[in-house]
Design a protein around this ligand. Structure first.
Ligand code: FCB
Length: 486
């Protein structure tokens, strides 16, 4: 059977700056993530692997060859990449004055920085701006429409000292997303990027996966993401602020990018959310059933309700009280990016005092990836349909992929998930506009380093030579023909 995708469907891969850029050329050392993965205590207790992003695939210099592969070997017409805030503004921008509007509780809801662009320009690292301009021009030369993610996790060290935040429980000055000052500085960064790169980009993803940033940073026993805390109140505060950051970024990009680079122009701005399948570990156990629904609500829904409806359920009790409704924080979201990987079986555990401290996930027992993530293609269709029914925006699958070092399951994973995307489009009427496989080549998988291999290409750590996995040919055939044959 031939499953034909809609005309103009975007076929791509996704990468992120911290994970893929380093390995060749100038490393990016001025971020919280850099400090985090090199901290001796973190390495000693296993919060992080001890690997360094500096041994990465070297996209910073090899982008042209990589895009050539995307075009000629993968038959792609799109690519998703991110821009490193710490490269553009290694120096503090807080001294640049902008007009900040806040509500009566001090929540930031608007920025005006008309007179500040020159000051930002004086602070920005011009070489980094120039390099991103070359990277984006190369994408265009290779016929790849770029989607640029503005925040894919590292933030400048001057805004977030993750070690101090870890050691003080978040009570320090540079405490990242716990403070709304980070939203203000992010707004400046987004305005500047849109101003300087806008003629080369139309499609922007403001924030990658607010929930993962908040969960792995502030609701974690292992402490794997900066700043490695475990406190539901801080988790919710971070989730709130990152959701608000989307709105501020949306406004700034719309304002500062007036140049058309493609049919999406001048700007098409969305949020990337990670939506997973959650089921009770034991469906006959009412506590597991309740907990599974609760986790689905907090992890999949909470952030989207904030961005789309202005509902900030700060006590996460599944009821939005009048004082938790802040409709003026709703700015816009032209599309929704959905990252989907797997199914999670939720277990109610001993009462930890807060529901967010009283759950766990069963270890994967069935069809599992190297990461221990359960493979469940049908879940992709259901989250796409669910998200579209509720939020009514065009959708891109902005990440989907598998850690599979032996290269045994990647092709099956890709094909089975694309079949579900097609069902979502043809049977459920979901306007899915594109699909980006995570990821182009093996890269630095955050706290787990290089052992986890999602790449369509393997990478030799010394020569940086890329070796195709079996899925490369399979993906090319699908992308080039805009058709999946099953
Ligand atoms: C997602 C991240 C991406 C990568 C994949 C495996 O949560 O957005 O950077 O780590 O998981």
């Amino acid at each position: 059977m031939e499953l034909v995708f809609p005309e103009g469907f975007q076929w791509g891969t996704a990468i992120s700056s911290f994970q893929a850029e380093m390995g060749r050329g100038k490393p990016s050392k001025d971020t919280d993530w850099w400090a985090w993965v090199h901290d001796p205590d973190n390495i000693k207790v296993g919060r992080v692997s001890g690997d360094s992003p500096v041994d990465g695939p070297g996209f910073w210099e090899m982008y042209d060859d990589d895009f050539e592969r995307c075009r000629s070997e993968l038959g792609n017409n799109a690519v998703r990449l991110s821009i490193d805030w710490g490269r553009i503004f290694p120096e503090v921008t807080s001294g640049v004055e902008v007009k900040v509007k806040r509500d009566q509780h001090g929540n930031v809801w608007d920025l005006e920085l008309d007179d500040s662009m020159d000051s930002l320009h004086r602070i920005a690292d011009e070489d980094a701006v120039a390099r991103y301009r070359e990277i984006l021009s190369s994408a265009a030369r290779h016929g790849l429409t770029p989607m640029l993610t503005l925040y894919h996790w590292p933030i400048p060290l001057w805004l977030h000292d993750p070690i101090e935040s870890r050691d003080t429980g978040g009570n320090c000055e540079a405490n990242g997303w716990l403070s709304q000052e980070t939203i203000v500085e992010f707004g400046k960064f987004c305005a500047y990027v849109a101003h300087r790169l806008g003629n080369l980009v139309d499609v922007y993803a403001t924030v990658n996966e607010p929930r993962i940033v908040a969960e792995h940073g502030y609701l974690t026993e292992r402490g794997e993401f900066p700043p490695g805390l475990n406190d539901p109140e801080l988790f919710l505060r971070c989730l709130k602020h990152v959701s608000m950051a989307h709105g501020v970024a949306y406004d700034q990009v719309k304002k500062w990018d007036r140049a058309e680079a493609s049919a999406y122009g001048p700007s098409y701005v969305g949020l990337v959310s990670v939506l997973q399948s959650y089921v009770p570990a034991d469906p006959s156990e009412p506590d597991d059933v309740r907990m599974s629904r609760y986790i689905e609500y907090v992890f999949n829904e909470w952030g989207l309700n904030a961005v789309f409806h202005g509902d900030y359920d700060m006590d996460a009790d599944m009821v939005v009280d009048p004082e938790e409704q802040m409709p003026y924080l709703v700015k816009g979201c032209d599309f929704l990016g959905v990252n989907y990987y797997s199914l999670w079986r939720v277990k109610h555990r001993k009462d930890g005092g807060h529901p967010l401290l009283s759950y766990g996930f069963e270890p994967c027992a069935g069809d599992c990836s190297d990461y221990g993530w359960e493979i469940y293609p049908e879940g992709l269709r259901s989250v796409l349909s669910w998200a579209y029914r509720r939020y009514r925006r065009p959708i891109f699958v902005t990440e989907n992929g598998i850690a599979d070092e032996k290269d045994e399951r990647r092709t099956r994973y890709l094909r089975s998930h694309l079949e579900q995307v097609h069902k979502a489009i043809s049977q459920d009427g979901v306007p899915v506009k594109g699909y980006y496989y995570w990821t182009l080549m093996d890269n630095f998988e955050w706290s787990d380093g290089y052992q986890i291999r999602f790449g369509l290409y393997g990478v030799d750590p010394d020569t940086k030579r890329r070796t195709p996995t079996k899925a490369v040919g399979a993906y090319r055939e699908i992308a080039q023909n805009n058709t999946l044959i099953i």
